[in-house]
Design a protein around this ligand. Structure first.
Ligand code: 5GP
Length: 194
């Protein structure tokens, strides 16, 4: 991949991380509806199989491990999460930022820290649940994971919260609409997508 000076591009890169169950997918969907065309979400590649209702090219690019490995050199960041590989294809992000569009990466904290290295002016936002109990309840309510998966996700959540101390902004998703408003206000305050 050609070296890119990410900080010289007019669009702002925003990283949004949070434990699974923190509601970040819903938050981002609401944020994008509210923000208009100046803010867009990047589509990641993953080796995780699709869940019911997920669409290739919209939710993720669902790839087999070989295809993912073939893409490695073209990724802005990548990480292994819950036993699967995830990564952000760099070129679509670069093109959008070059047009002045604000791009939101909904990625885990390992990826967030890689972005911080490569793109020092990226804005890193972490979404918390009000407490670990609430997170556990939300994961169970979702009904998509078995006990072992829930235990692994809760452990990851604790580790992620530690790393999130280095993020620029921490928001608590107690009430969805309030958190969407806070997120939109945070982006505006940092001149994203305006
Ligand atoms: P899920 O499989 O539940 O959609 O996502 C699992 C975790 O992987 C979430 O924390 C999600 O934010 C993270 N994730 C999704 N795409 C990427 C990516 O491109 N890079 C990294 N580092 N993490 C990702």
């Amino acid at each position: 991949m050609v070296e890119v000076d990410w900080t010289a591009l007019p669009g702002r890169l925003v990283v949004l991380s949070g434990a699974s169950g923190s509601g970040k997918s819903t938050l981002v969907r609401r944020l994008l509806e509210k923000a208009g065309p100046g803010v867009r979400r990047s589509v990641s590649a993953t080796t995780r199989p699709p869940r019911p209702g997920e669409t290739h090219g919209e939710d993720y690019y669902f790839l087999d491990p070989d295809a993912f490995e073939g893409l490695r050199g073209d990724l802005l960041e990548s990480a292994e999460v819950h036993g699967f590989c995830y990564g952000t294809p760099a070129e679509p992000v670069r093109q959008a930022l070059a047009k002045g569009v604000c791009i939101v990466l909904v990625i885990d904290v390992q990826g967030g820290l890689q972005v911080r290295e490569k793109v020092p002016n990226a804005l890193l936002i972490f979404i918390r649940t009000p407490s670990a109990d609430v997170l556990e309840r939300r994961l169970r309510a979702r009904g998509t994971d078995d006990e072992a998966t829930i235990a692994r996700r809760l452990n990851n959540a604790r580790r992620e919260i530690e790393i999130a101390r280095d993020y620029d902004v921490n928001l608590v998703n107690d009430d969805l609409e309030t958190c969407v408003d806070e997120l939109a206000a945070t982006l505006e305050a940092h001149h994203c997508g305006g």
